[in-house]
Design a protein around this ligand. Structure first.
Ligand code: FES
Length: 669
């Protein structure tokens, strides 16, 4: 989601804050603990550096870690949350300040930091905006110089500050300069650099990054406008991030309740989570994906314990050993266009694992129509990161199932649904940064929609271009949904609509998605070399033509993924093939069937009464995939398996004719 999405301040944001349920302790023992530990580490690193007991990078790292930890002591002291006794906070704050930045007095730091809280994200008045509002390329330098804007801010506001505080800061500045000059003159500048100057800058970089940039960058609301959206929480991987960032992954809680000690942020969030969500709290994931309230709720519910590790629920394939039918209730039948409907299914909890799917997969629907069993294969159009299983059915004149779906199917009906199969999509990696292009025509959008939504949700750095051909706007399936997704992922998604019968559509995007049009895109803004994966889904002619062109232009065949509406249906070829014996492993059981000359492996299995999986019978859907363990077959057509699948011994049994007398294959492999 674009970080610049507008979020009008909800009425609730102006209401009283929820009670955090966390008070200021008489003394915060965790702060005492990290303070003591950090001082001990710093002392040890100093001794190690002075005696050459450890390599310089190790002592620098140890000292930097100690300074980083001492900032949390300073920070909590500035908010008077170390203890209910004021002097205790001042004492901890003054000592910690000497380590973090001896250029500024504790009181001055506390003043400047509170101004940050009052004016968060206000470019004029937020001293931390030096970092959180900086262009990316300047960040390393600004991170390292984070105390400079603090000093500048203090100079600008000197008149507002007590004389004693200004004098203390001036004294510290002079003393700091004097120590550096003295070390330089006496030849000890390198020692000072190793003991303090370098570790302090390393710590400053990490502090600016984790305390300022991560919680505030790219948020447009200021504290005054909407305090729930001026700072964000970063959810996921808490098991490592909370101790590593000393709870600043829940920085929003700190900005809402600055007096809570750092180690209670997560508890306060959990206690009031619903209240914060009602106020549209800003939330991002570890990997930078911005979540609105509904997305966060779904993310949390779906991920369960995995939420600690992953940015979204990772898609996974069905746990079924071989595709199998289950009766599943229909929970939604919604018109998409005049001639298509969206069907949603209510997968029972005990079948969730069997019906989990990866984007680009499909399901076969089976039902009885007028005493005749019909089965059709449809791509899943819902995101594989959601728990919704939905397909879209386009009406085919005379088509038995599509006519039934358009005219009779109702919420509450039950259909036999085969567990998901197919491998049109590609594996996703939350850390990948790839460029995807999909070309779809008509109802070819259904698997593409699932791939597009899933990819953008899982890979938050990847980009996607969709070229989508239709007659006109009214016949475009998922038109509103695509507009929404494009607005939401405006920085990473581009949709190009091509229309064949819309005279008002831009001339260069009129007509069909064909070879000349793709040639133009390849020659301008979509050069083959810039694209990592191609997805093509639509009529046979379009898909085969465009695939050929991409491969001619240098695309690797493995990177061009195709899915067809229908395979080729070919007359029987009895003369070309001999009979054979086929040993079939299906759902863990072994069977032996006789195959008549010209039959496919699938036909022989079905004739023998086996419940072998299939759908399109045309080599397009991949439902009938099995692995050859012994013997050999030849396929008439293959529009579903990748070269890698074929090299691994997989075949489409609906297209496979034995070329050896005996064949052994496994549907479960
Ligand atoms: S049944 Fe569709 S490819 Fe074989």
């Amino acid at each position: 989601m674009s970080a610049t999405t507008e979020h009008p301040a909800p009425a609730a944001s102006r209401h009283a804050l929820p009670d955090p349920g966390e008070g200021i302790p008489a003394i915060s023992w965790p702060i005492v603990g990290i303070f003591s530990g950090a001082i001990a580490v710093f002392a040890f690193a100093t001794w190690a550096a002075l005696t050459d007991a450890l390599p310089v990078p190790v002592t620098v790292l140890l000292s930097a870690t100690a300074i980083f930890v001492l900032f949390t002591v300073l920070h909590d002291a500035a908010h008077y949350s170390v203890s209910t006794r004021r002097w205790v906070n001042v004492a901890f704050g003054r000592v910690a300040m000497l380590f973090v930045s001896p250029l500024i007095s504790f009181k001055s730091f506390a003043f400047i930091h509170i101004e940050h809280h009052r004016n968060t994200n206000d470019g004029e008045n937020d001293p931390d905006h030096f970092v959180s509002g900086a262009p990316l390329w300047q960040l390393p330098v600004r991170f390292a110089l984070m105390d400079v804007p603090y000093l500048a801010f203090l100079v600008r506001n000197m008149r507002r500050r007590p004389r004693a505080e200004v004098l203390e800061t001036s004294f510290l500045l002079v003393m700091s300069a004097a120590v550096i000059v003295a070390c330089a003159v006496t030849g000890h500048l390198w020692t000072l650099a190793v003991l303090y100057l370098i570790p302090a800058r390393v710590a400053m970089i990490v502090l600016a990054w984790w305390f300022d940039w991560l919680p505030h960058h790219d948020l447009e609301d200021t504290q005054q406008e909407n305090r729930y959206r001026a700072t964000r929480n970063r959810v996921g991987s808490e098991w490592i991030l909370t101790p590593l960032l000393l709870s600043q992954n829940y920085h929003l809680v700190h900005h809402l309740h600055p007096s809570i000690p750092f180690h209670r942020y997560v508890a306060a969030w959990r206690r009031n989570e619903e209240a914060y969500l009602e106020r549209d709290a800003a939330i991002g994931t570890v990997f930078g994906q911005q979540l609105d309230t509904d997305e966060y709720r779904e993310w949390k519910r779906l991920n369960g314990s995995l939420a600690r590790l992953l940015p979204v629920r990772m898609p996974k394939r069905s746990s079924a050993r071989a595709a199998v039918f289950h009766p599943v209730r229909v929970t939604g039948v919604d018109r998409l266009t005049d001639d298509s409907v969206l069907i949603r299914f209510d997968v029972p909890d005990d079948l969730r694992e069997e019906f989990s799917f990866e984007s680009g997969q499909h399901v076969t629907v089976r039902t009885d129509l007028g005493g005749e069993g019909v089965r059709r294969n449809y791509s899943i159009c819902s995101s594989a990161t959601s728990d919704t299983l939905a397909i879209a059915v386009k009406h085919i004149p005379g088509g038995a199932f599509s006519t039934f779906a358009m005219e009779q199917l109702q919420v509450g009906d039950t259909l036999d649904l085969m567990t998901p199969t197919g491998s049109f999509g590609t594996p996703l990696d939350p850390l990948a940064s790839k460029n995807y292009v999909a070309i779809a025509a008509g109802s070819g959008i259904t698997p593409i929609l699932s791939i597009l939504r899933t990819t953008l949700a899982v890979e938050t750095d990847s980009r996607f271009t969709l070229i989508y051909g239709n007659r006109d706007a009214d016949s475009t399936m998922f038109r509103d949904e695509l507009d929404d997704i494009e607005a939401r992922y405006a920085d990473r998604l581009r949709i190009i609509h091509v229309r064949s019968r819309d005279p008002r559509h831009p001339a260069h995007l009129r007509g069909r998605v064909d070879r000349p049009k793709l040639e133009q895109w390849l020659g301008s803004d979509l050069p083959v070399a810039s694209v990592d994966e191609w997805f093509l889904c639509g009529p046979v002619e379009m898909v085969t033509d465009l695939r050929e062109l991409l491969i001619e232009r240098g695309a690797e065949p493995d990177r061009v993924h195709v899915e067809l509406f229908h395979g080729y249906q070919k007359p029987k070829v009895a003369d070309e093939f001999s009979p054979a014996t086929v040993a079939v492993k299906l759902r863990g059981r072994q069977h032996e069937v006789s195959l008549a000359a010209g039959d496919t492996v699938l036909e022989s299995a079905l004739t023998a009464g086996l419940e072998a999986p299939y759908a399109c019978l045309g080599g397009a859907c991949g439902t009938c995939k099995a692995k050859i363990l012994q013997g050999s077959v030849t396929m008439e057509h293959n529009f579903a398996l990748s070269p890698t699948d074929v090299a691994a011994g997989h075949v489409l049994t609906c297209q496979a004719h034995p070329t050896s007398e005996e064949v052994r294959l496994d549907y479960d492999a």
